[in-house]
Design a protein. Structure first.
Length: 489
């Protein structure tokens, strides 16, 4: 290791109340740590949500009697005056300082002036109030002392110290570069592994291997682009981007949650899991029960990993379109056309295909068993046509498609005066339908033809013969009678 780097462990109490690193790599403490936030640091941007999450994590670790709770990494640059400047870890250090202050301990660190007053003034006050409300609940002196002791003696940071500022930034950048690949699905992996403390080592290793065997890039896309967006769209919300700040949607119900709704979903999962493990499906000649639904809460721990594998496989099947493999989309002519290279390149084309695929994913999740019958397949084929017309009506009516256009279209907020048709929330309609036939009836009422005069696409090749893969997706608009001449005025 570079001799300018020094590694250590700092307990929160030692660092913030005693100004020392608890133990360095040579086994000795490092005294007189004068922590400073340098002017080049970003403002304090943690919100009350972040502060409450940190408190939740600490409380959970304390209840679980964790001897050591690691709360992250602190990167320090020791300058020529002996001051230890925080390069990375500022957000946690300030939050821990506020928390200790709420518990009547006074870190010297809080006496310094913070840069970026607009953010700091609001967030420091707001987070302090949020943490004060949490600590006020520990009114019993013994409980309050136990919490303070746990934070001071059991919560600790890994500390990296260097006297070379460029090296500090390089280390910070390398940490962040590694961190980016972890967000968000690997953060969820870490969270749900912590919820598996009652699972034996062999089973845990099996679950981790199952996760790691999945293509990690495709797994990230599954969560970022499909499952996250569907969870928002089904509720009638616009979807943004899945980050470490909104992964709560995938944390789910823990073993400790005993609210009525939590008991209901845990009971439903436990019943399906128990039945599938029994001999009943084999004896009765029935299919196994699907224990997952996209719009339902996830059960934390092992079920999360099975949930991820379940939807990873379904999405792969939907996008495969093999004539001989899979259960859902098989040798479909519309999908063959959409799989042409010219319909895969470009932001607008990728967004439109995503909308189409997510509609199919939600439909299959709600209405198709793992091995669909002939009737199930026939319903799915009919829905596929409607889903295609819905998604590609947007593509046909706009010269340029980005996420703002797409979300307006999905939310049904496109201006009627603009002449755009078929803009509605198909995901809510799927979710609110009780059967495939009811859904298809709604789709037949809502989906209307496009007129030639409204097209922003070239209509070449839409009259070609049936015997090959069609080169223009508008062919299917004409085939299914969703493309008409302009109405006479």
């Amino acid at each position: 290791m570079n001799n300018r780097l020094k590694l250590g462990i700092a307990k929160i109490g030692d660092l913030l109340l005693e100004d020392k690193i608890t133990k360095t790599e040579d086994g000795d403490p490092l005294e007189k740590i004068n922590l400073k936030i340098p002017e080049y640091q970003r403002p304090y941007k943690w919100t009350a949500k972040n502060a409450n999450q940190l408190f939740d994590d600490i409380e959970e670790a304390m209840i679980a009697n964790k001897e050591v709770y690691r709360v992250g990494t602190l990167i320090l640059h020791r300058d020529e005056t002996g001051v230890y400047n925080i390069v990375d870890g500022q957000q946690r250090i300030i939050t821990f300082s506020l928390l200790l202050n709420c518990l009547d301990r006074k870190p010297f660190f809080l006496e310094q002036e913070l840069i970026g007053k607009q953010y700091n003034l609001h967030n420091v006050k707001n987070n302090y109030r949020a943490l004060e409300r949490r600590t006020d609940k520990f009114s019993n002196e013994k409980d309050r002392n136990n919490l303070t002791e746990y934070i001071c003696k059991h919560c600790e940071l890994i500390v990296v110290i260097t006297e070379d500022l460029s090296e500090a930034f390089q280390f910070f950048d390398s940490q962040n570069a590694r961190g980016k690949s972890l967000y968000p699905h690997d953060l969820l992996k870490a969270y749900h592994l912590r919820e598996m403390n009652n699972i034996d080592v062999t089973e845990t290793e099996r679950i981790v291997k199952m996760w790691e065997d999945l293509d990690q890039k495709n797994l990230a896309v599954l969560f970022n682009e499909y499952l996250y967006r569907l969870k928002e769209w089904v509720k009638g919300n616009r979807s943004k981007e899945l980050t470490e700040h909104n992964i709560d949607l995938f944390k789910g119900i823990t073993a400790r949650d005993n609210y009525p709704y939590a008991k209901y979903y845990k009971g439903a999962f436990a019943y399906a899991d128990e039945l599938n493990r029994s001999h009943m499906p084999f004896v009765m000649g029935v299919q196994q029960l699907n224990p997952f639904q996209i719009n339902a809460p996830i059960i934390a721990g092992k079920p999360f990993f099975e949930y991820a594998k379940h939807y990873f496989d379904i999405l792969a099947d939907i996008q495969n379109n093999s004539k001989y493999e899979g259960y859902f989309i098989n040798d479909n002519s519309i999908v063959k056309t959409l799989n042409l290279r010219k319909y895969k390149n470009g932001v607008g084309k990728r967004i439109t295909r995503l909308m189409f695929d997510t509609a199919l994913l939600l439909y299959i999740d709600r209405f198709c068993p793992a091995k669909p019958s002939k009737a199930d397949t026939e319903y799915l084929d009919q829905f596929l046509v409607f889903a295609f017309i819905w998604a590609y009506s947007m593509r046909a009516q706009y010269r340029n498609v980005g996420w703002q256009v797409a979300q307006n279209y999905i939310m049904g907020t496109v201006s009627k005066s603009s002449g755009i048709v078929n803009g509605f929330n198909i995901y809510k309609i799927i979710f609110e339908s009780d059967s495939p036939s009811a859904l298809l009836s709604k789709m037949a009422d809502l989906t209307v033809p496009i007129y030639y005069s409204d097209l922003k696409e070239n209509t070449a090749d839409i009259d070609e013969v049936e015997e090959k893969v069609h080169q223009n997706y508008l062919y299917y608009f004409k085939k299914y009678k969703f493309l008409e001449k302009t109405e006479e005025k």
